[in-house]
Design a binder for this molecule. Structure first.
Ligand SMILES: Nc1ncnc2c1ncn2[C@@H]1O[C@H](COP(=O)(O)OP(=O)(O)OP(=O)(O)O)[C@@H](O)[C@H]1O
Ligand SMILES: Nc1ccn([C@H]2C[C@H](O)[C@@H](COP(=O)(O)O)O2)c(=O)n1
Length: 233
């Protein structure tokens, strides 16, 4: 294990959409007493801001300027964590399917990745943190002490997303939702800059037939074993 940082280790959780990253990151962070950073929410905040400003998803100059003037932060209040873009709470607005797909497109642009890479490294540098995303273990913190690659079949991930949408009263069919999951996988895996892929030293977890609790147990055990091998908690 590399030298441990001021506040503890860095845990990276990467994987495709709907694999359970956000749910597990929050639960694991609570168990370990770590903070969690949802990097997808940061990309979503950029996409929402670009949409509002009428910046096209291939306008690299416009996107670079947008990112320069955009401060993304998290407001933590007990169990909840709000996402702020220049001080405005955008937590709900960034969670629509439309913003999800736009985010997948905009996050492929180099100036956006560069701007958020710097922010994410600053946020996580002291350790004691779990970051979830697509490229945490490969690009943002390739030296993270613990890396997980969390996946599940596209059908199962689509089913989970469909249930979420139904609970929110949003109309979508299961087939459409699975198709969107597959489209997002293709975009995230196929892009030139920082594509979604498993880091060589990541622990793979297929959650298709595991409960959230089972995945949590597995992750917690793995982190604690690594800490016992030479880190501090
Ligand atoms: N192992 C699991 N079994 C059943 N449901 C799960 C499991 N893991 C996550 N879920 C559910 O699947 C949905 C998607 O999970 P979550 O938002 O954590 O995924 P994600 O990987 O963060 O997705 P995205 O990258 O799109 O934000 C949630 O409703 C969550 O409760
Ligand atoms: N580290 C990251 C995190 C997210 N993205 C992109 C790719 C996703 O399709 C989109 C939304 O992420 P989600 O909130 O669904 O996890 O953001 C990325 O490229 N890199």
């Amino acid at each position: 294990m590399s030298a441990v940082r001021e506040n503890g280790v860095i845990v990276a959780i990467d994987g495709p959409s709907g694999a359970g990253k956000s749910s597990l990151t929050k639960l694991l962070a609570k168990r370990l007493g770590y903070i969690h950073i949802d990097t997808g929410a940061m990309f979503r905040a950029v996409a929402l801001s670009a949409k509002r400003a009428g910046i096209a998803s291939d306008d690299d100059k416009g996107l670079a300027e947008l990112c320069q003037g955009l401060e993304i932060s998290f407001a933590r209040d007990g169990e909840t964590c709000r996402v702020l873009a220049n001080g405005e709470d955008v937590s709900s607005e960034i969670r629509t399917e439309e913003i999800g797909l736009l985010t997948s497109t905009i996050s492929a642009r180099k100036p956006v990745r560069q701007a958020l890479l710097e922010m994410q490294r600053r946020m996580g540098a002291k350790g004691g943190v779990i970051l979830e995303g697509r490229d945490i273990g490969t690009v943002v913190f390739p030296d993270a002490e613990v890396k997980f690659f969390l996946s599940a079949s596209a059908e199962e991930r689509g089913r989970r997303r469909y249930l979420e949408l139904a609970a929110r009263g949003e109309s979508a069919t299961l087939e459409e939702t699975i198709a969107k999951v597959i489209q997002r996988d293709r975009q995230d895996e196929g892009r030139e800059h920082a594509p979604l892929k498993q880091a060589e030293d990541a622990v793979p977890i297929d959650s298709t037939s595991l409960s959230i609790e089972q995945v949590l147990e597995l992750m917690e055990r793995t982190v604690k074993e690594r800490l016992a091998q030479g880190g501090k908690g």
